[in-house]
Design a protein around this ligand. Structure first.
Ligand SMILES: Cc1cc2nc3c(=O)[nH]c(=O)nc-3n(C[C@H](O)[C@H](O)[C@H](O)COP(=O)(O)O)c2cc1C
Length: 329
């Protein structure tokens, strides 16, 4: 029984497995390895400048001719003290680069991509957008995205309050017949098979791909993900101003004591989060920096090359689906 869904046809990939955009971690080496192994590799923009993003897109293209994606956080700022909001300069810069480079897939990991969706689709770029509740899913569908990613509370990084077991089928019902991709807590083939059973057509996996040699990041970070169990993370606003799942450590405990000092997104990210992320992810100080990670760390028992991660997940999902006598299409 072969795993194949509408998502594979839409994105031009062999397996319905997307590697999540992850600031600092998801760069050209990881994205190209995932795409080469048959999934959708994704570069995150959030840690760099628009020029950095352009360089990374070109590096992916040097390594593979398979489809890949670019993940942006569509952050907005209030203007003139009124209700009107506009995208930050970073967002405008990244989006211009992604459109100019005609990347195969554009993903909104946070916020609503608004008019960029129509512009991207006009250029033949597929657009995916992430949601943490049904209202956001409906907004994305109304804005015309090709795929909605429904992410449960289990997820690493920015996360909502609803568990995946409820959110994924609720979103699938709300935006049908538009394809839905499941995210949050998925790290093995059982998770992929469960996502299909809940009405999704593929998965968006972050934490599992951090624990690979191809992911950018300090060895201590990867080892810590292998070492902690499902209780080793906590949701904190300390890194960015928005609820963000991080490894529980001195950084999260310290900010628990002074929550009133936390600034709104993206000010907290600029003042605290960037340096704290660099400390943990680049310099390896996992106890004192900010290390985003999902509850699925409890399912991850080794640092394993990308191709092996994908092959194991596919084979396990096929076995599970065969056991239930269900076809994956
Ligand atoms: C280290 C890390 C960094 C992240 N950075 C981003 C980001 O830059 N953009 C984004 O859309 N989501 C980001 N996320 C969320 C992921 O894209 C994804 O939605 C999440 O990891 C899925 O849950 P999982 O970790 O349980 O697989 C990040 C997650 C992690 C763990």
């Amino acid at each position: 029984m072969k795993l194949h869904t509408r998502l594979c046809d839409l994105l031009g990939v062999r397996y319905p497995i997307c590697q999540a955009g992850m600031a600092w971690v998801a760069r050209s080496k990881l994205a190209a390895a995932v795409s080469e192994a048959g999934g959708l590799g994704v570069i995150a923009a959030a840690h760099g400048t628009p020029q950095d993003l352009r360089d990374e897109i070109r590096r992916v293209r040097d390594r593979t001719d398979k489809p890949f994606g670019v993940d942006l956080l569509f952050a907005t700022l209030r203007v003139g003290g009124k209700e009107a909001e506009q995208f930050t300069d970073d967002v405008k810069g990244w989006a211009e680069v992604a459109l100019d480079e005609r990347v195969p897939v554009l993903i909104a990991g946070l916020g609503n991509p608004g008019p960029y969706t129509a512009e991207a689709r006009r250029l033949g770029i597929k657009v995916m957008a992430l949601c943490g509740n049904v209202k956001q899913a409906r907004d994305h569908a109304a804005n015309g995205v090709d795929v909605v990613i429904a992410q449960g509370h289990e997820a690493g990084g920015h996360t909502g309050r609803i568990g995946g077991l409820v959110l994924i089928p609720a979103v699938a019902d709300a935006v049908a017949p538009r394809p839905v991709v499941a995210a949050g807590g998925i790290a093995d083939g059982r998770g992929l098979a469960a996502a299909l059973a809940l009405g999704a057509e593929g998965v968006w996996m972050g934490t599992r791909f951090i624990a690979t040699p191809e992911a950018w990041g300090h060895e201590n970070y990867k080892k810590k993900i292998v070492a902690i169990d499902e209780e080793g993370t906590v949701v904190s606003r300390a890194a960015s101003g928005k609820p963000n799942r991080l490894i529980r450590n001195n950084f999260t405990r310290d900010w628990e004591q002074r929550q009133h000092e936390i600034q709104p997104f993206p000010i907290q990210l600029e003042r605290v989060g960037r340096a704290a992320a660099t400390l943990a992810r680049e310099r390896g100080d996992i106890e004192n920096g900010s290390a985003a990670c999902g509850q699925s760390a409890g399912l991850i028992h080794g640092v394993v090359p990308v191709r092996e991660v994908i092959e194991r997940i596919v084979s396990e999902a096929e076995t599970v689906l065969a056991r239930f006598g269900r076809r994956a299409t």
